[in-house]
Design a protein around this ligand. Structure first.
Ligand SMILES: [Zn+2]
Length: 57
């Protein structure tokens, strides 16, 4: 089982069961929910910025 980090809120997401994902620049990003996916698609650069700190948790 592999997990990845939701770039928007910082939650761990299981890639095999993830229902919310999007591709950006050839990389697939997974999200805990629809809200995070929509936020990411609105401003992908903001969430991929190394200086961005997930606000969740
Ligand atoms: Zn999330």
């Amino acid at each position: 089982m592999s997990t990845t980090i939701d770039p928007v809120c910082g939650m761990e997401v299981e890639t095999e069961t993830a229902q919310h994902m999007t591709e950006h620049d050839g990389t697939t990003h997974y999200f805990c929910g629809r809200g995070c996916k929509l936020d990411f698609e609105e401003e992908p650069e903001r969430y991929l910025d190394p200086g961005y700190q997930p606000s969740g948790m």
